[in-house]
Design a protein around this ligand. Structure first.
Ligand code: KG4
Ligand code: ZN
Length: 407
């Protein structure tokens, strides 16, 4: 038997061997994996939220060429890239799989075929390396990303807007959300992508490599939105849900009318693309602003947010849009909330946000599964407890707020 002093020394050496260097504090490490849509992402993060290494493969260019995401193409590209992307994230972080404390992977919601690739890879990986597995809800990850960058205590209101989703929720804890509203048809990013395709913006010299949303934002800077006064959706429905297909129809009708006037075929760039981009972006922003304003009033009336420093977090790919950020900041200024948006690189899909969600769950010991447990992916999955019916029943009328933004 060793004397106590020697035992302590041995324990200390054991602790240090598990760490990257003698200087680095020993922290649990999480590998995050994202494949829910068209980005194959992986990242290794320590328990403090420090990104040790990451890798991201975007399929955007392929999908721009094919005119939208074809699920089987997305699946094939994830299949071709997942191993390399994970390997790169591990190598860049100088972390061997044996040193990981857990693997966190998006398993819902998203494209089934895409989710399946990340989940199959992760299942094999955790079994091979005998690591705990943390299944991740993609929208929970978008909602929590901001806490990786600064301390944001629960509860806070969150507006998540991306290519696949739009939702308003109160985040009360890592796995505790009250859903106030969600999209009834398509998501704002999807609408902007479709409008950009209908306008053939891929042929525009400044837009050929941009996503639809990015292209509309760029062109809108020099556009006159007042030339196309589109109606803001759901003006007579006093809840916090979203709808974008009606707006897309209005835009399509306006485009057809202009094509007829200018005597050009579909597929040719219209002379007024900038004005249509500005009007579309403004109407999307104004719809998001009105639903968010109602959510804020509902939360205040029901004491759902703290009285000191109540916060709105805006995230998801569409939240990269500066015009939308400014519009939402008018609402938060009017209602006395504090607006927080992660930088654009953390708003769009990536492996880092999944690793961070894994860290948050690991810290709280929530949803950590043994390596051999059977997990299924779920293409559709609401976030949290659905309270949209209660919000609708409250039928809150809003005071009008003037939204004027100078480019
Ligand atoms: O969060 P994300 O990367 O993937 C999904 O989970 O959907 O979001 C992608 C979406 C695309 O629809 C893209 O057009 C949109 O985000 N997006 C933008 C901007 N940047 C990306 N929409 C408006 N303005 C932007 N600057
Ligand atoms: Zn996303």
């Amino acid at each position: 038997m060793f004397p106590t002093k020697v035992k302590r020394l041995l324990q200390l050496r054991h602790t240090l061997w598990g760490c990257a260097s003698l200087k680095a504090p020993c922290s649990r490490l999480v590998l995050g994996i994202e494949t829910s849509c068209d980005d194959t992402g992986a990242a290794v993060m320590d328990e403090t939220g420090k990104i040790l290494g990451e890798s991201l493969h975007s399929q955007k260019e392929v999908h721009l060429r094919t005119g939208g995401i074809i699920p089987t193409v997305a699946q094939q590209l994830h299949r071709e890239n997942i191993e390399r992307v994970v390997q790169e994230a591990l190598e860049r972080s100088h972390v061997a799989p044996s040193r990981l404390s857990a693997v966190a992977t998006t398993v819902m919601p998203g494209l089934g075929l895409s989710l399946g690739i990340g989940l199959d890879f992760s299942r094999r990986f955790v079994r091979q390396h005998n690591k705990p597995f943390i299944p991740i809800h993609h929208m929970e990850a978008h909602a929590l990303t901001v806490r990786m960058l600064q301390p944001v205590p629960f509860p806070f209101l969150v507006l998540l807007v991306s290519g696949g989703h739009s939702l308003l929720a109160v985040a009360r804890g890592v796995d505790d959300f009250l859903l106030l509203g969600h999209s009834l048809d398509e998501a704002p990013g999807d609408t902007m992508d479709k409008v950009a395709r209908r306008l053939s913006l891929i042929k525009h010299p400044q837009c050929s490599t941009l996503s639809g949303g990015q292209a509309l934002e760029l062109l809108a800077k020099d556009g006159d939105r007042s030339r196309f006064p589109f109606r803001t959706p759901m003006g007579q429905t006093y809840d916090c849900c979203f709808s974008f297909t009606g707006l897309r129809n209005q835009v399509n009708m306006a485009i057809m009318k202009k094509e007829a006037e200018e005597g050009i075929e579909q597929g040719t760039l219209l002379s007024c693309v900038k004005d249509i981009a500005a009007a579309t972006q403004h109407t999307v922003a104004s719809h998001l602003a009105k639903r968010t304003h109602r959510a804020i009033v509902f939360c205040k009336e029901n004491g759902m947010l703290p009285s000191s420093n109540p916060t709105l977090v805006l995230s998801g790919g569409v939240a990269s849009n500066e015009y939308i950020r400014k519009t939402l900041s008018i609402i938060t200024e009017t209602t006395g909330l504090h607006l927080l948006c992660p930088p654009a690189k953390f708003c769009t899909d990536n492996g880092v946000m999944i690793a961070w969600n894994g860290v948050e769950r690991l810290r709280e010991g929530k949803g950590i599964l043994p390596p051999n447990v059977d997990v299924r992916y779920e293409p559709k999955a609401l976030l949290g407890v659905d309270m949209s019916a209660e919000v609708r029943a409250a039928a809150i009328r809003l005071p009008s707020v003037r939204i004027k933004i100078h480019n």
